[in-house]
Write a protein of this length. Structure first.
Lengths: 328, 276, 536
């Protein structure tokens, strides 16, 4: 256990540096953008020179970049994410409002792609080279190759418009006043399509990894030994082959966590889900630097935590892994 | 030539290679079959496919020839995919080799930067980068590269770590070669195969990212890309579904082709390695 | 269906609908207004500041016009195209130095306090004049507002101000907010900007960012038996293709502001239970304009600008880009404006040969590759149609040997590139005509506007004669003389082409048949919806 603690400490120090690079890098990137929050705002209003100057002053955009970066970092030290210029509200509140939605969406989509992907991977990899193996692995690849927004639109047309089984979008029935269990059910129903659209894309990833890992495992000594002992095929597949192929998938889960947020930008927009991905897109369009920084920071922290958990799980589960080796 | 035989042994790899060959032929033939600007208005708007044989796949919202766009789109989509993959592999291999070979502080610093890039969702990074610099084909490629080089860097580093302790590297040290020379002439070439194995994934991801950027209105408007065609066609998804289905099928086939062929290469090299 | 094809043909034949501002809405079948129900409709953007007195824009009005009312609203058949709201009558003095408003009696704010002339005075002096995007121009000479009694407000101007302009500005610029809530603290930071309090038929109930805005019925509304609806919910649907799907799935009952893409209208008009309505936006006309950077030496040449005007097939643009839901433009005032429009201006029929000849004359011969010169074209990203027209324009220019490269920016970058950095040669913009050329039209060609002002002349165009005409019109009090000056203005603009007006368009609504009293005024989508109902 002390090894796990040592790993934790080491990774935490590294994480602070990583987050600092992320914040400063994103800030500089956004500062290089043509047009600021005022330019984005006046698109819908127009206004004369005096009004524009007034707005720049009110939003603090007339200060130099360095002053603003320093102010931002100083506030960050006090765990203050600052004020959004486009929402004119504290960024912490805005993000906290959206975070659960995104976590549920990404969590369910990951569970779907990981769970179904690895299960189908086991099914396919149990008989390498068989028809079902080929069919599943190519079919999942084809799904992976479909652009997410297009898959989303087709799902909407089929299941929401033509069949009317599911709602076309949103996170829950608007202003329904539902609470407790019925609200949870309502949210679950609304999430079926976006989770499918997001999850099916990444299905191929886990399916193919599982399958490849199993192909590898079939050749290993302990499997040969198990076969020699006369164990049933099903038993070998589940107890030996699949279990050994699962570990790299866990690593993938950590690496993939950052990418899902990117994928959810488009899915959240198609399905009108009020999550962080869409918020990030709005922040870019509105040149809301502090808001985008807040989102990137929060998602980076999430990713760091997830990877930390993955590493710890590794260190605990697999004693052969030395501290830091898993993902240094 | 031995591995070619291995390569063509799996039907998937053959199918992948065929698709890619067809695609390359399309890309090369585009300027010959459809000279001039593929975005020129060629007929009435929203002509369905198979109605007019001079416009076999019909026309889009402005009356542009869908078949011509499809062919020219093959050029840009492939160019985006290949350029982004090449750039990502190059940057990744160099960063990974430097980090792995130098070790110490340089390794630590480079790996933390890699971590930082890996922590930020690559699509979000691409989105912000393109909105900021303005969409043109080069910028889109750069934006995709920004999020794609970290994978190759990690693989290259891991590979270098295992290679650098080998005899021939020690030998090169003994004869007094410059460390950078050792890194790039002795270590990198040997670390390359597993890095190259990532290329098919990156090409496929690049083509898809370009499509998603176009969906958000961040494609290069002066070039036809399949992603741009799909995103333009989606507003008429119900009225003229062919406008998004035709480039969509092309996109799926391409990504599939790249993947399958890539996997074929990886498997056949693995076979070759295990044989040698 | 027949309704739809007829109106569409009418538009193609000469924009009959856009012209017919007195036409009464007859779409749908006779229904008796029914009380109650929740109207759910699509919203594609989420304005943060919902105070229409500060932000006079259609995006804000779309929601807040139901909560906060103006002094008067636009009308198809009322005097001067207006109908009373908070003001019952308005009268301008002959010297142009004052306007007297008689206000409605017995009106209450949503918090129960009475509405009085003091609220009007406060809104005008503290908000419209110093803070409002459009009011800063129109009310710049407003000096004081006298309130001899609770129901009379007399606007006093330092300089003679045309009454016609004030009148035309009333529907969009005169939102009245409660003084008692705004007089403490900074107006820009007032919480009521995000949860507005007004006198309108609906009260602000809640806003869930990224999800919806909800308004509820104001039981104490001054209108007899109004409003009909119990609730209005704006469901945020950021992707334009989802509005049509939501209508078909019966999750929403209305999609205004062309939330359903034009290309989908033909299909959706055939869906049973849905109707396509082209009326109700006559007072919200958008203009498709090619903005020109006169700093480019080629474009400073009138012959080149004329050539570009001749190279654009306006009928094709209306037919293909707008699918018939637009009208071709002749000049800076749209055809459907009842007061100022004149057709008596120089025109530029589609004629590629003539355009080529003009360019040859100007001395820009085709090089060996067939190209004369290259330029940068920046289509505004706010509408699908502006982007599509950009694609078309690139092709139209190629036909006359001009090699245009399209630069695609997002909104903020576009605004900065065109209006601050002047980093464009041609741009495609959608300025809005707001019922009077002095509100937001003359600044498109006037010189001397500081850098960075959006939707203004940032192309470096300078024409002393035109500038003088604009100033003179802004000081002319007599309505008919003023109108004549603006006709002159249209002629001059069409002759000298500081910019090229290509088309004019409004928006389309799609609604379920149950929704009644749609499109019964020229600014319907941004009016108060007190009489809108849902039939059983």
């Amino acid at each position: 256990m002390t090894r796990a603690l040592r790993l934790l400490r080491r990774r935490l120090v590294g994480s602070v540096f990583v987050l600092l690079i992320v914040v400063i890098g994103s800030f500089l990137l956004l500062e290089a953008a043509p047009g600021d929050a005022v330019d984005a705002y006046i698109v819908s209003t127009g206004g004369d020179a005096g009004m524009i100057e007034l707005l720049r002053h009110r939003w603090g955009l007339d200060q130099s970049e360095l002053t603003r970066l320093a102010n931002y970092l100083w506030a960050l030290l006090h765990f203050d994410l600052g004020q959004s210029v486009t929402f004119s509200r504290p960024i912490r509140d805005i993000i906290l409002e959206r975070l659960p939605t995104t976590l549920v969406l990404m969590g369910s989509a990951t569970a779907l792609s990981f769970g179904l992907g690895s299960a189908l991977g086991v099914y396919a990899g149990a008989r390498p080279g068989s028809f079902r193996d080929r069919f599943l692995s190519i079919g999942s690849l084809a799904l992976y190759a479909v652009p997410g927004f297009w898959l989303g639109l087709v799902l909407i047309v089929v299941f929401a418009v033509d069949l009317r089984w599911l709602p076309i979008g949103g996170i829950e029935t608007i202003a329904s006043g539902k609470t407790g269990f019925s609200r949870a059910t309502d949210i679950a129903i609304h999430l079926v399509l976006p989770v499918s659209a997001l999850g099916f894309i990444y299905l191929a990833l886990y399916l193919r990894m599982m399958r490849a890992g199993m192909a590898e495992a079939w050749r290993q000594d302990f499997v040969l030994a198990a076969r020699a002992r006369g164990l049933t095929r099903r038993r070998i597949v589940l107890a030996h082959v699949a279990r050994n192929a699962l570990l790299p998938l866990v690593t993938m889960l950590g690496l993939q966590s950052a990418q899902m947020l990117g994928g959810s930008v488009v899915i959240e927009s198609v399905f009108a889900v009020p999550g962080l991905g869409r918020l990030a897109q709005e922040a870019v369009a509105g040149r809301d630097t502090p808001l985008l920084l807040g989102i990137i920071l929060v998602s980076a922290i999430l990713v760091v935590i997830i990877n930390l958990l993955v590493d710890l799980a590794y260190a605990v589960l697999d004693p052969r892994v030395g501290a830091g080796e898993a993902s240094a | 030539m031995n591995w070619l035989r291995h390569f063509f042994r799996t039907p998937e790899a053959v199918a992948g290679a065929l698709i890619l060959a067809l695609l390359a032929a399309m890309a090369l033939a585009a300027p010959l079959l459809f000279p001039g600007d593929p975005q020129a208005i060629a007929g009435p708007a929203l002509l369905p496919p198979f109605q007019d044989w001079s416009l076999p796949l019909g026309t889009d919202r402005l009356g542009r020839d869908v078949l011509a766009e499809l062919f020219h789109g093959a050029r840009t989509s492939l160019a985006v995919g290949l350029a982004a993959a090449a750039a990502a592999l190059l940057i990744g291999a160099v960063v990974g080799t430097l980090a792995g070979f130098a070790g110490g502080l340089i390794d630590e610093a480079l790996m933390r930067i890699t971590d930082a890039f890996q922590t930020v969702p690559s699509f979000l990074l691409a989105l912000a980068f393109v909105s900021i610099v303005g969409p043109s084909l080069g910028v889109v490629v750069a934006a995709i590269t920004l999020g794609a080089w970290t994978g190759p860097a990690r693989v290259a580093r891991a590979e270098v770590l295992s290679i650098r302790e080998r005899d021939y590297v020690a030998g090169a040290r003994v004869i007094g070669m410059h460390p950078l020379e050792i890194a790039f002439r002795e270590v990198l070439p040997n670390a390359l195969p597993p890095v190259l194995a990532l290329s098919s994934v990156i090409v496929a991801a690049a083509i898809l990212t370009e499509a998603a950027l176009s969906f958000l209105g961040l494609g290069d408007p002066n070039r036809v890309t399949w992603g741009g065609m799909i995103s333009e066609g989606r507003t008429v998804l119900r009225t003229a579904p062919f406008l998004s289905i035709v480039p969509g099928v092309a996109l799926v086939l391409t990504v599939l082709g790249v993947y399958l062929a890539g996997e074929g290469v990886v498997e056949s090299t693995a076979v070759r390695r295990s044989l040698s | 269906m027949s309704e739809f094809t007829i109106s569409r043909r009418g538009l193609l034949a000469g924009s009959a609908l856009l012209l017919a501002s007195t036409a009464l809405p007859t779409i749908g079948f006779a229904q008796t207004p029914k009380k109650g129900g929740r109207l759910v409709l699509a919203a594609d953007s989420e304005p943060r500041n919902l105070n229409p007195a500060i932000v006079a824009s259609n995006g804000v009005f779309f929601i807040s016009s139901k909560i906060v009312e103006t002094l008067a609203e636009a009308s198809f058949d009322g005097k001067d195209g207006l109908q009373p709201r908070l003001a019952l009558s308005w009268e301008g003095a002959a010297d142009g130095l004052s306007v007297t408003f008689r206000l409605r009696d017995g009106v209450k704010w949503h918090d129960g306090k009475p509405f009085t002339a003091a609220d009007v005075a406060f809104s005008a002096l503290q908000i419209w004049k110093p803070l409002q995007n459009l009011g800063r121009t129109v009310f710049k000479d407003l000096e004081a507002v006298d309130t001899p009694d609770d129901l009379t407000a007399i606007f006093k101007f330092a300089k003679p101000t045309p009454f016609q302009l004030i009148r035309n500005a009333l529907p969009a610029l005169s939102s009245v907010v409660p003084k008692h809530l705004y007089e403490v603290g900074k107006i820009e930071e007032n919480p009521a900007n995000n949860a507005p309090v007004g006198t309108g038929p609906f009260k602000f109930a809640e806003y869930k960012a990224g999800q919806y805005y909800r308004l509820t019925k104001n039981d104490a509304y001054w209108g007899k038996d109004e409003p009909y609806l119990d609730e209005i919910v704006y469901q945020v649907l950021p992707d334009r293709t989802s509005a049509a799907a939501a209508l078909e799935a019966e999750e929403i009952q209305l999609a205004a502001f062309s939330a359903v893409p034009l290309a989908d209208l033909d299909r959706i008009s055939k869906v049973p239970g849905l109707k396509v309505i082209t009326k109700g936006y006559e007072g919200l006309t958008y203009q498709l304009v090619v903005e020109i950077n006169h700093r480019r030496k080629e474009l400073a040449d009138l012959k080149v600008r004329q050539a570009i005007a001749h190279a654009i097939d306006k009928d094709f643009v209306v037919k293909t880009v707008f699918l018939g839901y637009a009208a071709t433009a002749t000049g800076p005032v749209p055809k459907n404006d009842p007061q100022f429009y004149t057709a008596d201006v120089p025109t530029y029929p589609f004629d590629v040969a003539k355009a080529n000849a003009l360019l040859d004359e100007a001395g820009y011969k085709r090089a060996d590759d067939g190209k004369r010169f290259a330029l940068k074209l920046l289509p505004a990203p706010y509408f699908n149609e502006t982007k599509q027209f950009g694609d078309y324009l690139r092709q139209a220019l190629a036909a006359i040997g001009i090699d245009a490269e399209i630069v695609n920016n997002d909104s903020a970058a576009h605004i900065k590139a065109v209006y601050t950095d002047h980093a464009f040669d041609l741009a495609v913009g959608p300025p809005v005509f707001r019922g009077d050329p002095a509100i937001s039209t003359t600044i498109l060609v006037q010189s001397g506007i500081p850098d960075g002002v959006p939707f203004s002349n940032q192309g470096g165009y300078k024409n002393a004669e035109l500038d003088a005409l604009i100033v003179k019109a802004s000081e002319t009090l007599d309505t008919s003389a003023r109108t004549e000056l603006y006709k002159e203005f249209q002629k001059k603009v069409a002759a000298d082409l500081p910019l090229i007006n290509v088309a004019e368009w409004s928006f389309i609504s799609v609604a379920r048949d149950r929704v009644g009293n749609i499109a019964n005024n020229p600014r319907w989508a941004v009016s108060n919806w007190a009489d809108t109902y849902l039939a059983g």
